[in-house]
Design a protein. Structure first.
Length: 267
């Protein structure tokens, strides 16, 4: 609830039998995400190593005495979750500890696929959905989520003299990392944001283009699209000024929008 408010709200909309497991999965993700924000790389690596061993132990029926690991073990037992997805998330986040900008949008999408999409694949397994169309949608939604997360974190990272936005798009518009660190709002800076945001929008549209083929049972896994739509829409309103204060606010209407989407049974 504190560290992944949107994930928390989305998990509340899952069927009762999957909810506790979804919370465990989200908590696991938060644990790994916190390693990203550790300044000392060695500490981050130690944390990743702990979780790598914890997942191995969970699959050997011997979870470590750690609250999140214990819940994760129950989730794995209950839903027969695939170990590979957990390992992919850990490996990808470990690579990301290098603290450097993505070379291109494909690199950012690969990171998103191995972290956000992998979380969605596991959520689908919790819902008892094993379906190629649902997986295809999860792949695109995860990529959109990863791109939006990267955009949302830009003002925060800029205050810490860091920029992770894809370098190829920045170069295309003649924008330097320094421009973001200084919080510039010139048109070429907004063009970079527009290009990256457009890529997230394309992935969402793609995921929705075959919604008729996706089992309705899978829809609750994809309600995170509500928050993504919300952010992209707000960004359009401020003409892609990533530093606009309104983009930093928590959406008070998000619970209502989520409820409507779940009632309409769409994603």
């Amino acid at each position: 609830r504190k560290r992944d408010y949107e994930g928390f709200l989305c998990s509340l909309l899952l069927p009762v039998e999957s909810r506790t497991s979804a919370f465990a999965l989200r908590a696991f993700n938060v644990e790994l995400a916190q390693a990203d924000s550790i300044t000392q790389k060695t500490t981050g690596l130690m944390r990743m190593q702990f979780w790598r061993e914890a997942v191995e132990d969970i699959y050997c029926d011997n979870p470590p005495h750690q609250p999140v690991a214990a819940e994760l073990w129950r989730a794995v037992k209950r839903h027969n979750l695939t170990k590979m997805w957990f390992m992919k998330i850990i490996d990808e986040r470990e690579k990301n500890l290098d603290d450097r900008a993505y070379r291109n949008i494909q690199e950012l999408e690969t990171y998103a696929e191995n972290t956000q999409s992998a979380l969605l694949y596991l959520t689908l397994e919790m819902l008892g959905v094993r379906d190629i169309h649902a997986d295809h949608a999860a792949s695109h939604i995860g990529k959109a989520q990863g791109i939006v997360t990267c955009l949302r974190a830009t003002p925060y990272h800029s205050t810490r003299q860091k920029v992770f936005l894809p370098m190829d798009i920045c170069m295309l518009h003649g924008v330097s990392q320094e421009d973001f660190i200084r919080g510039k709002q010139e048109k070429n800076v907004r063009d970079v944001i527009y290009d990256i945001a457009s890529q997230a929008h394309i992935h969402l549209e793609h995921a929705r283009s075959f919604s008729k083929k996706v089992p309705v049972k899978a829809y609750p896994a994809f309600f995170c699209t509500v928050a993504l739509d919300d952010y992209l829409c707000n960004m359009r309103k401020v003409d892609f000024n990533i530093f606009h204060p309104s983009l930093q606010k928590k959406s008070t209407l998000l619970p209502l929008h989520l409820y409507i989407r779940s009632w309409k049974k769409t994603y």
